[in-house]
Design a protein around this ligand. Structure first.
Ligand SMILES: [Zn+2]
Length: 163
């Protein structure tokens, strides 16, 4: 398993809901946790590893006890707006300002298969909104201001050339 980078077509492939959370699913989730930490990321969405399902993992820090998976997540409510810097493992070296909701209510299935709704705010809310974007094939590129697109044009071209 590897992180695919822009413009890999996996990032724009339609995602399917996860039907069952079985051992095979859990094994892949564990692989995603490992890859996220190895890549020094705080979140990873399934399409970024070429897996076209609605699943994401996150951990804002280094403590593996805080590894978390959100399966079939749906953002039910958004409150407040806040601008903050964002990067993406699929756009290495590129950082841009993105406006996100400050707080969200997110409904998801957890690793045990239970469906629940939780309120998340600030950095974690930002991570979840970024990763849910991936599930809808919305990339950092699409969230950039026109000025940022110009500013990172060269980096984007380099990524495109590397294919
Ligand atoms: Zn990303």
């Amino acid at each position: 398993m590897d992180v695919v980078t822009y413009p890999n077509p996996s990032l724009l492939k339609k995602t399917a809901p996860v039907d069952v959370v079985d051992d095979a699913t859990r094994a892949k989730i564990t692989e995603m946790y490992d890859l996220m930490h190895k890549s020094r990321g705080v979140g990873l969405a399934a399409p970024q590893v070429g897996w076209s399902v609605r699943l994401l993992v996150l951990n804002p820090g280094d403590d593996r006890a805080n590894d978390e998976v959100l399966i079939n997540p749906v953002i039910k409510k958004k409150r407040g707006r806040v601008l903050g810097e964002e990067g993406c493992l699929s756009f290495p070296g590129i950082y841009v300002q993105v406006e996100r909701a400050k707080e969200i209510d997110v409904e998801f299935t957890d690793a045990t298969g239970a469906r629940r709704t939780e309120t998340r705010s600030d950095f974690v809310a930002r991570i979840i909104q970024h990763e849910v974007d991936h599930l809808d094939n919305i990339l950092l590129l699409h969230r950039m201001t026109p000025a940022d697109r110009v500013r990172v044009k060269r980096e984007l071209e380099t990524l495109a050339e590397r294919g």
